[in-house]
Structures are given as structure tokens and as C-alpha cells.
Design a binder for this molecule. Structure first.
Ligand code: EPU
Length: 446
């Protein structure tokens, strides 16, 4: 993911964030649903589809191959794949995301050759695509890696198979779903990802006519069908946004009611949040109030695949832990390089230390490798704004910096907000309505 320093946020922190905020549709479902829509013979309507950078990039990818993507309003997209006329996917003007590797499999039913550019996404680890490529090969496709990207080919129809994923990768599970639903015969995926966004994608594919059986574990069985139709689906609320607003409320000693979020998708987050001193109150089927119930206590957290503590909750939660009384530990086991943002917080007053040791018990793929994937956070440390701008290194770190600036006394400047706006829509008005003194300014004015 590349970004220019086009815009920055100026935040005057030190005040409790109080009010109401509605979660937007989950980015990590919506962009996968847009790809799934290409499998249908008739148009698909997607509601609660936020107008954010990553959705725009995905729309650009889809239109570049002839599909029609119509944004009806700020919530609704209609995708019609019937006009798709090429399977050579170019790199979009605005940089790429993780979608090209998903298109490689989704398009391989309709075309006998598909080429996609090298995938993008945040630089939080090597983010290999070997599981995806291996899956396409298991279904009978041939894949070549070129200097520009990947080319997949098939001679005959793809055939159902057994895929045992080496790790429950979200993206690779989605690739297997796209491949399996229209492949001939039965596909079994073992060790699949079961994140809420993956389960919602399965629901969507079922509504298009796919036959998919889930289990109580990580096994998925698919009976391939000959064709799928379009559907109408409302995206689930973004659980990463919700956890960010919860962390913001608690860290700033504020009180925020978050709507548009299914509490079950927040799973263990709600438990960790309360364990450290956060308070929650269910306000309705899809609405939760978050506040600080008592002085904050430290925690030991290990990120993990669902239903574990999500790697995407780690960054806002780390800011919260800087305000807890004692030593907290976070062991990141999903991405090897997801603490790049932490050091910059020391300038605001945080006391943190990274180590390549596994500070936790989850069997971790990064053990004995030289990745700084465990963090020690010593709190509580009041934050004070610095005169130097802080630059966002990746999407989720971006919101962590907004929370850090919100609790820091004084005025902070955060640059590189283009990263953040790929995943969070309308940040400034939404946060300003909750008493956060935040402005979006041109990067050139700094
Ligand atoms: N992996 C491989 N080989 C593969 C695929 C994955 O080694 O072929 C490894 C990755 O390197 C990583 C682990 O498996 O260490 C998990 O990766 P996964 O495939 O699950 O992640 P992803 O599909 O690339 C999605 C989200 C991420 C989220 C992760 C984990 C999207 C667009 N991205 O990424 O979200 O952190 O799952 O839940 O859905 C974000 O939204 O900011 C973000 C990074």
C-alpha cells in the first residue's frame, strides 16, 4: 500500500469523547462480496457498503475488467458482471489492495486465463499468497508468477478437491470458496478461517445458490453447482471499527454508544475490554455503550484467528493499555510485523518495548525468527502532544494514532491519513460530533 501525504488530521486532545456513532459496513466483507458478485449471472445489490478507499479501489478493479459497478448512494452498490469482457486485471490508479489475488480464482470459472497484478495491502508482514496459488493448482489450474503478478490458466473446468490449509488464512479460505462453489463435484476445506466476515461470505454465496456446509470446527464442505445468480445482501457492521470506538471511549474516559454492530462479532473483545476496566451496556440488538467502569488494569493478550483476539483490534487496544496501571503484554501471532506503529508513541509519553521472543503460549509461526512480534507496555503514562507530526504506517495503526492524539494533551498532527481513509469513512465529521476536536487539513499546509 503506498500513500501520499495529501491530507493530515489536526487533533486537540485531552477531552473525553462522548456521543453516538454508527459503524459502517465491514470493509473486509464488502470487498469480498464485490468479488463474489462476479460469480452471479444476474446483478447483485450490496447495501451498507461504505464509501471508503478500499471499496473504491475494488470498484476500480471490477470496472477495469468490464463489470458494471454503480454506486446508487452512500450505502448501496449494484454490481453487474454480465458485461465483463477481459480477465487481465490492471493495477488501479489509486494503488492496490488484497483483492487481485481473490480475482485470480473468482474469474477462473468464466475465463480460461486470468492475470492479476501483484497484490497490495498494508505492510504488516510478508503476506505471502502461496496458499492461494496452491489452492488453484489443487483445483486443476496452472499458476505462473511473473514480474508483474500472477497468471492462472485452466484447460478444463475446475474440479472439486480437498484443501487442508496450513494456517486458517482468511484470504485463502475465501479463494477456496470462490473456487469450490462453481467447481465440479465436492470440495472440502479443512483448517478454514471462520471469521464473521468469512461466514457472512458463505451466507451470501448460499443466497446466490451455492451449496456450502459448515461445521462446529474449521471444516467446510462445498457441493459445486453449475451456476449462481445475483443476490441482495446487507453487509454486517465493522467489528474492527466497533473495537476502535470502544477503545477510544475508554482511553479518553468518555462514553460512546456504537450502533450497527452485532455484539456476537466482537466476541472475546468484550471480555478483554471488561477485564481491564471497560464497561459495556447492550442498548439494543445492534447497539453497545462503551465507557470506563473503573481504573484500568493491565492485560496479557495474544492475537489469534477467530474466535481469538483479532490482530486488527490490537492497535487501538494497545493505546488503551498505555493508560492501565501496570505492565501489559501483547503477543502478535497473526502478522509478523504489526508493531511498526508503537515506537512513535514513545514521543507522546508511552513506555513500550518490542521483543522477538514469544511472550505467550499460542504456538506461533514466528518463534525463533527475528520478528519483533511481542510488545511490553508499561502504564499508566499520560500522553502529551509533540510538535513533530506522527506519520501513519498502516491502516489500523492509523486509528490507534487518532486515539493516541485524542488522549494527548495539546495539539497533534497526524500525517498519512490516506491509509486510514481506505478503511474508515467520514472520520472527521463522525468523531467531531462526539466532542473530538479534529480537523482535516491539506498536507501541503504543514
Ligand atoms: N498467509 C500465508 N500464505 C498465504 C496467505 C496467508 O502465509 O497464502 C499468512 C499471512 O502472511 C499471515 C496469516 O497467514 O501471517 C494470516 O493472513 P490472512 O490470509 O488471514 O490475512 P488476509 O486475508 O491477507 C485479512 C484482512 C486483514 C486481517 C487478516 C486477519 C482483508 C482485506 N484483510 O487479511 O485485515 O488482519 O485477514 O484477520 O480481509 C485490515 O483490515 O487492516 C487488515 C489487515
Amino acid at each position: 500500500m503506498t500513500t501520499e501525504n495529501t491530507y493530515a488530521y489536526r487533533i486537540e486532545g485531552g477531552y473525553p469523547v462522548v456521543g453516538k456513532i454508527a459503524c459502517l459496513g465491514a470493509k473486509n466483507f464488502v470487498i469480498k462480496a464485490m468479488v463474489a458478485a462476479l460469480l452471479g449471472d444476474t446483478p447483485t445489490t450490496l447495501t451498507n457498503a461504505p464509501a471508503i478507499g478500499d471499496v473504491d479501489i475494488t470498484a476500480e478493479l471490477l470496472t477495469s475488467i468490464g463489470a458494471k459497478v454503480e454506486r446508487v448512494d452512500s450505502q448501496q452498490l449494484v454490481i453487474d458482471a454480465s458485461s465483463m469482457d477481459t480477465s487481465t486485471v490492471p493495477t488501479p490508479h489509486s494503488g492496490s489492495n488484497r483483492v487481485p489475488i481473490l480475482l485470480l480464482s473468482a474469474l477462473l470459472h468464466r475465463f480460461t486465463t486470468v492475470s492479476v497484478p501483484v497484490v497490495g495491502g498494508c505492510k504488516i508482514g510478508a503476506r505471502a499468497v502461496d496458499f492461494h496459488l496452491q489452492a488453484i493448482r489443487r483445483f486443476g489450474g496452472v499458476v505462473d508468477e511473473t514480474s508483474e503478478g500472477y497468471v492462472a490458466r485452466r484447460v478444463k473446468s475446475l474440479k472439486g478437491t480437498h484443501i487442508d490449509l496450513p494456517y486458517p488464512s482468511v484470504g485463502a479460505t475465501e479463494t477456496c470458496l470462490y473456487l469450490g462453489v462453481l467447481a465440479e463435484g465436492r470440495t472440502v476445506i479443512t483448517n478454514a478461517a471462520i471469521e464473521p466476515e468469512v461466514m457472512e461470505l458463505i451466507m451470501m454465496l448460499r443466497s446466490m445458490g451455492a451449496i456450502i456446509f459448515t461445521s462446529s470446527g474449521r471444516d467446510i464442505r462445498i457441493e459445486g453447482v453449475k451456476q449462481l445468480k445475483g443476490t441482495h445482501i446487507q453487509a454486517l457492521g465493522d467489528r474492527i471499527e466497533a473495537a476502535s470506538w470502544a477503545s477510544l471511549a475508554c482511553a479518553s474516559n468518555g462514553d460512546v454508544t456504537v450502533s450497527g454492530i452485532r455484539p456476537d462479532t466482537l466476541g472475546n473483545f468484550l471480555s478483554y475490554f471488561q477485564e481491564i476496566g471497560g464497561g459495556i451496556e447492550l442498548m439494543g440488538a445492534e447497539s453497545i455503550r462503551f465507557f470506563r467502569a473503573r481504573d484500568l488494569r493491565p492485560a496479557i493478550i495474544e492475537t489469534d484467528v477467530y474466535p481469538g483476539f483479532s490482530t486488527d483490534w490490537q492497535q487501538p487496544f494497545a493505546i488503551l493499555l498505555t493508560q492501565a496501571d501496570g505492565i501489559s503484554i501483547i503477543h502478535e501471532t497473526v502478522f509478523e510485523n504489526r508493531f511498526g506503529y508503537l515506537k512513535a508513541l514513545d514521543a507522546l509519553g508511552a513506555r513500550t518495548q518490542l521483543t522477538s521472543h514469544c511472550l505467550g503460549g499460542i504456538p506461533c509461526r514466528f518463534r525463533d525468527k527475528n520478528y519483533e512480534h511481542s510488545a511490553i507496555i508499561i502504564g499508566p503514562t499520560p500522553f502529551t502532544a509533540t510538535s513533530e507530526p506522527i506519520t501513519i504506517p498502516d491502516l489500523r495503526a492509523g486509528l490507534a494514532y487518532v486515539i493516541a492524539a485524542a488522549i494527548a494533551r495539546g495539539t497533534s498532527i497526524i500525517t498519512g491519513v490516506d491509509f486510514l481513509e481506505r478503511g474508515y469513512g467520514n472520520i472527521v465529521p463522525r468523531l467531531a460530533s462526539m466532542n473530538l476536536k479534529i480537523e482535516r487539513i491539506a498536507g501541503s499546509s504543514l
